[in-house]
Design a protein around this ligand. Sequence first.
Ligand SMILES: [Fe+2]
Length: 342
Amino acid sequence: MILETIEVGGCRSYLVGCPKTFVAAVIDPEISAIERYRGLASRHGLSIRFAIDTHTHADHFTGAREIAHALGAKVVMSHVSPAPFVDIKLDDGDMLRVGDMRITAMSTPGHTADSTCLLIEDHVFTGDTLLIGGTGRTDLPTGDPDQLYDSLFGRLLELDPATHVHPAHEYKGRSGTTIGEEIRTNPRLQKTGRAEFVEMMRSLDLKAPTHLTEALRVNMSGAKSVAQTLAEAAAAVPFISIEELSRRIAARQNDLVVLDVREKDLFDAGHIAGATWLPRGQLELRVNEVFPDPTIRIVAVCEFGKISTLAAATLRSLGYLHAAALDGGMNTWREANLGVEA
Ligand SMILES: [Fe+2]
């Protein structure tokens, strides 16, 4: 098996390939690493056919759908997973053929109801069911410590002790563990009685992961994250630097309109001299009366440079083909002492 481990923050994902047929799968792809998977696949001459999520992640954004879309691969998850964009749903024991390689699904609910471990030869990809020196938490939506106990002690830990373990998280850079090693040294696996284990899991009192609700919403629906929405808008519009805008205004060229899309109190407190005010919330409804000429050069401005990017993208989509956004916001404009009028 060709195996590459990709780390993004504390999240681990894997590229696994068949060395004879050069067909491959990615396991738990993260959306920001898509170009890395493609690059690694190219380096090995692999063609990615499957993007497999071991469970509905609550702490990062899945890249499965984007990979599938970009490469013509299939999205694979458990039959319990709610995401509507899954092409192949696996039951316990189902097997995927990846060239001459076989990936077998082992249903291991507990961290989430749809948690699935993936077996390839003497390797197991455990998602968040079993981590190095830990286990996944059971206090997030669909988590259940009783089920995790059964999945670990009744299933996963029954595998050959020599089986290599590859988790979906590792925060300390460790690798090279096995089922046997974890049974011996993993502190959570020393509570071998059900009641004791469940009590331990219930008393962990962990902080909720950042982006919890957003990650669940995006991963369950296949919709966009806020960061993706902003990135798509930023890719669709040109920007003007603060210095360039300042220079043009100073040159008194009457060839552009500065459009301030902030709320009224912020606009009144200080805006670029001569700016037109039309808040983002009213943009589509009032744009016709405010800008009758669609060929006008509009530079959208907001407080931090994000809402103005969305506004400029909206204006472009409405046919204002010379709309641009300020690269930065009024906060940086003020810091640069470029002058405001109230
Ligand atoms: Fe997880």
